[in-house]
Design a protein around this ligand. Structure first.
Ligand code: CP
Length: 313
């Protein structure tokens, strides 16, 4: 891949998506070996800069980088000079001075990863920026769907929930569309984007959406932290109308529909407890595949930046 940074799915070509998905396969095979490490990024440093909480993305980037033999440094943002008022720009300049080869960034502001990428020679990887993009989540989702359906083109995925505030919905729907997957959104009208993305069907009724015949239902977390208004009466009401309730779970099981979720899960809101143990739940497989997908991204961006090399100018 002839690019320094990995910022969104929209700017990736189909060839780049295919390349990353193919590259993730041998990395996943590595997990079954007794030594789960290759020297591909030996001597490189990966700096983790997370201004928002994370379990899966943060830890899987760390595992991915270590399996490629890179050195990993996590900036503990709540205990860093950020709390003394240091700006993102000055923080990134400081990391640049330490010659990080990669900066993996999560921030609540849409566009922050791109802004940092313009500022630094390091390869910047967007680990989620506001409601804009979460491209490595999209890559691991596509990788997971392809494990179940090697020929994904023509398969149908229903993405359900808080679409409006979801960077996952934006990135994952884009990668699915690039692969020829049919995508539909389901949610209350208040949580669906007003401008309907091209090629995506909208449903506001769960039963109607199930009649559309999805191969997988991709549930989203209700993102209370990004909601500035009351978008539905209560979480109980949301579960009753838009969640996978016991009744809908029976229907989903009966139709053999796969269930996906980016995590973290709100049990009792977007799904009932039983879904977590469902044999066609791909939720843990998504987490495992996050490591292989992120290894593929780190490896693909490997040789550029010059961040860790002497200044040329
Ligand atoms: N899916 C996801 O981004 O999870 P985390 O917030 O735990 O990283």
């Amino acid at each position: 891949m002839a690019r320094k940074d990995f910022l969104d799915i929209a700017s990736l070509s189909r060839e780049e998506v295919d390349h990353l998905l193919e590259q993730a396969v041998p990395f996943k095979e590595l997990f079954t070996r007794s030594v789960k490490k290759v020297p591909a990024l030996k001597g490189k440093s990966v700096l983790m800069l997370f201004y928002e909480p994370s379990t899966r993305t943060l830890s899987s980037f760390e595992v991915a980088a270590k399996r490629l033999s890179a050195d990993v440094i996590e900036l503990d943002v709540p205990h860093s000079s950020v709390t003394k008022g240091e700006t993102v720009k000055d923080t990134v300049d400081t990391l640049q001075a330490m010659r990080a080869d990669y900066i993996v960034v999560r921030h609540k502001m849409s566009g922050m990863a791109r802004s940092i990428a313009r500022q630094t020679k390091a390869s910047v990887i967007n680990a989620g920026d506001g409601a804009h993009a979460h491209p490595t989540q999209a890559l691991l989702d596509a990788f997971t769907l392809k494990e179940v359906f090697p020929d994904v083109a023509g398969r149908k995925v229903l993405i359900a929930g808080d679409i409006l505030h979801s960077r996952v919905a934006r990135s994952t729907s884009r990668i699915f569309l690039k692969l020829g997957v049919e995508v539909a959104f389901l949610g209350p009208g208040s949580l669906l984007p007003q401008r309907r993305p091209e090629g995506i069907t909208h449903f506001t009724d769960f039963e109607e959406a199930l009649r559309w015949g999805p191969d997988a239902v991709y549930l989203l977390r209700v993102q209370m932290e990004r909601q500035e208004a009351q978008y539905f009466p209560s979480l109980q009401e949301y579960h009753r109308v838009y969640g996978v309730t016991q009744d809908r779970f029976e229907r989903i099981k009966g139709d053999g529909i796969y269930v996906m979720h980016p995590g973290p899960v709100n049990r009792g809101v977007e799904l009932c407890h039983e879904v977590m143990d469902y044999e066609r739940s791909l939720i843990n497989q998504q987490v495992e595949n996050g490591i292989a997908a992120r290894m593929a991204v780190l490896y693909a961006l490997k040789p550029r930046t010059g961040a860790g090399e002497p200044d040329r100018e």
